[in-house]
Design a protein around this ligand. Structure first.
Ligand code: IPE
Ligand code: IPE
Ligand code: MG
Length: 225
């Protein structure tokens, strides 16, 4: 049976540190190159026909890293929003943030609120997971569902941060690690998965196009036959 093209792809962008280490460079440079890979990918997604690309940028566990690295990552975020927001608006990229982003530094929260407002009219969603942990997301959603009166899978799903996004079709993780690291645990129930060895700073739109070809060749059965 001809299956549908992927509409929603999520990526665990991993391997910035190893990319830098292999070159004898500071981790911060790996993160900078990681941001460039994001920029390149967002510029290249229009022809791929996705409704939504979701990127794991900072996990709720990443606070465990040394303060200096966390600061570098937060500063890169500030710079990225500032430099790329006009391009998002121009290219119809609609920003969405998932995770507990409201508890980030107040200036970042303000920048994100402005970016969300400015991109609200876009047609292709870029969802960025910031201070995101799936177990917390599910717990928050279950609490909201309970408050509204029913804890059913449908009610929880509707309350997830991704409640307004299309179902996840394909999850990609770079850098050769084969784990989910607390990303989209609920949404992965029937997502296809692809683990590639490419380190995130080396990831190009061509790699995503290849991943989509790989997805097209798969047979999704959802427990049926
Ligand atoms: C991914 O690269 C970026 C973030 C988690 C923020 P890493 O920093 O995890 O790179 P590795 O896994 O150490 O190579
Ligand atoms: C997952 O990568 C988080 C992001 C890519 C933002 P990590 O590098 O933090 O994951 P672990 O620690 O290897 O599981
Ligand atoms: Mg990592």
């Amino acid at each position: 049976m001809q299956q549908d093209r992927a509409k929603h792809v999520a990526i665990i962008m991993d391997g910035n540190g190893r990319w830098a280490k292999r070159r004898g460079l500071p981790r911060a440079v790996g993160h900078q190159r990681g941001v460039e890979a994001v920029r390149r990918l967002v510029r290249g997604i229009e022809p791929l026909g996705l409704d939504c690309l979701t990127l794991y940028a900072f996990s709720s566990e990443n606070w465990k890293r040394p303060d200096e690295e966390v600061d570098d990552l937060m500063n890169l975020m500030r710079r990225f929003i500032k430099s790329d927001l006009p391009e998002f608006v121009e290219n119809g990229v609609k920003l969405k943030i998932i995770g507990d982003w409201q508890s980030l530094a107040p200036d970042i929260v303000a920048m994100l609120e402005d970016a969300l407002a400015q991109t609200a009219g876009g047609h292709q969603t870029l969802a960025v997971a910031l201070n995101y942990g799936a177990q917390h997301e599910i717990a928050r959603a279950a609490a909201k569902a309970a408050k509204a009166g029913e804890i059913t899978p449908e009610a929880i799903e509707a309350q997830l941060d991704t409640g307004d996004l299309p179902p996840l079709d394909l999850l990609i993780r770079t850098s050769g690690e084969v784990r989910l690291s607390n990303f989209l645990l609920w949404q992965c129930a029937y997502a296809e998965m692809l683990f590639v060895d490419t380190l995130w700073p080396d990831f190009k739109p061509e790699h995503l196009a290849q991943a989509l070809e790989n997805f097209d060749a798969r047979d999704r059965r959802y427990g049926g036959r």
